[in-house]
Write a protein that binds this ligand. Sequence first.
Ligand code: 5GP
Length: 203
Amino acid sequence: MEKGLMLVVSGPAGSGKGTVNGRLSKMDGYAFSVSATTRAPRPGEVDGVNYHFISREEFEERIARGDMLEHTSYCGNYYGTPLKEALEVLEEGKNLILEIEVEGAMNVKRLYPEAVLIMLLPPTFAVQEWRLRHRGTETEEVIQRRLARTREELELLGEYDYIVYNRPDCAEDCVEDIRAIVRAERCSLRRHPNAKKAYFEQD
Ligand code: 5GP
């Protein structure tokens, strides 16, 4: 069976990546990688669904055991991708969505060059700021930190493979764009390095 694609879908705070990835991961052939984090759950977030919410001590133990595919420290908390779960999903042939920030994305790219890196962005920085404020889940201090962080994150935009714009009320279009990217990636010659040989051998 063909293995699934590792899809890194990053986006600054307020980009709407949660909505887009939530919808995508409900589709056939896709699965969401549930990260571990030391940050506190936001209202409505469920342990084991949105994140595995764990203590700093447990997180550090997991890093030491080599249980994390990648991990990072973001705005004062640890975030990481559980390795075993990720590899199992890919082996099942499902496309795995890693909703991770840029440093984690760079680590994934180094470790798994076949991963596809997608940056989801609001149409403008002003729209991002508006969304973040209207979400109403963070304090002003956290909002300021996350907006400042966006400028740093976009320094690495050039390392990504694709950019998808999330226009207001257009999450469904983003889902379709990502599915189109996956379809194109499956036909990419870099994923079929032995195509010519295989073609003639099957005569
Ligand atoms: P939030 O606290 O808003 O849920 O997430 C903060 C940032 O951490 C987001 O950019 C999110 O994509 C990223 N993030 C979530 N899980 C992981 C992970 O497992 N690894 C890394 N590197 N970043 C993550």
